[in-house]
Design a protein around this ligand. Sequence first.
Ligand SMILES: NC(=O)c1ccc[n+]([C@@H]2O[C@H](COP(=O)([O-])OP(=O)(O)OC[C@H]3O[C@@H](n4cnc5c(N)ncnc54)[C@H](OP(=O)(O)O)[C@@H]3O)[C@@H](O)[C@H]2O)c1
Length: 249
Amino acid sequence: MTRLTNKVAVITGGNSGIGFATASLFIAEGARVLIVGRRRDAVDEAVNRLGRQATGLTGDIADLTTHERVAAFIEERFGRADIYVANAGGIRIQQSADVAPGDYDAQFSANARGTFFGVQKITPLLREGGAILLTSSIATHKVLDGHAVYAGSKAAIEAFARNWALEFKDRRIRVNVLSPGPTNTPILEKLGLSPDARPEVEEQAARMIPFGRIGDAEDLARAALFLCSDESAFITGVNLAVDGGITLI
Ligand SMILES: NC(=O)c1ccc[n+]([C@@H]2O[C@H](COP(=O)([O-])OP(=O)(O)OC[C@H]3O[C@@H](n4cnc5c(N)ncnc54)[C@H](OP(=O)(O)O)[C@@H]3O)[C@@H](O)[C@H]2O)c1
């Protein structure tokens, strides 16, 4: 497949879940991909699995020097990039009464601030006609228990996207948002869910979803491909929910 032939894509959080599936699909479509993740071993393993069209960098997106290193790497290795997928993000489920300032700052620093400055640093290196894809969540529209801070941090991303869609239009850089519903990725274990408890949680979530199942990382990757390829050449500033219809109810 050739929808991304000769394109260079940067995918934050590309070592796991939705980001990994997206990296894999983009490479299958002809792209060269730089993945950025926190854990060196996970990034190395992902690059091995993705093959020679992939390279990896480690860094925390909440640390702004990470974005400077990513930009410097892109400039040196590729000169320019075509696609930036700001996918990395984190969640802590808590009732608002239990949220300490540090919990709040951690989610806003990674999800909102990390996305903002990642885009700020990479945009000068994006080719005309490039695409930026930000990752939000259906939690910004559907109230989910214990999600207030996470939802707020993701809502900021949606506002950034609408502003950037117009700010970057003269360089024909499109900016869109992908909002996953409940999706089968390692994020659940990172929330402390044991592998034994996982099937029951997935079943509960599936019962809430009109399509009767939770999403797969590949469902999101296919939507990301659409929004980052020329198939969506006339689309900017949209927020695409990929959620089996859960936001409708
Ligand atoms: N899965 C869902 O149900 C769901 C629903 C709505 C929205 N989302 C969003 O979708 C995106 C991808 O999540 P996922 O489900 O694929 O989860 P995942 O498998 O846990 O992947 C998240 C990726 O982001 C990276 N990451 C997290 N915080 C980071 C930081 N501060 N700096 C650098 N990298 C960081 C992780 O690195 P490590 O592996 O090193 O932690 C990992 O590579 C996230 O933005 C998430 O909020 C997911």
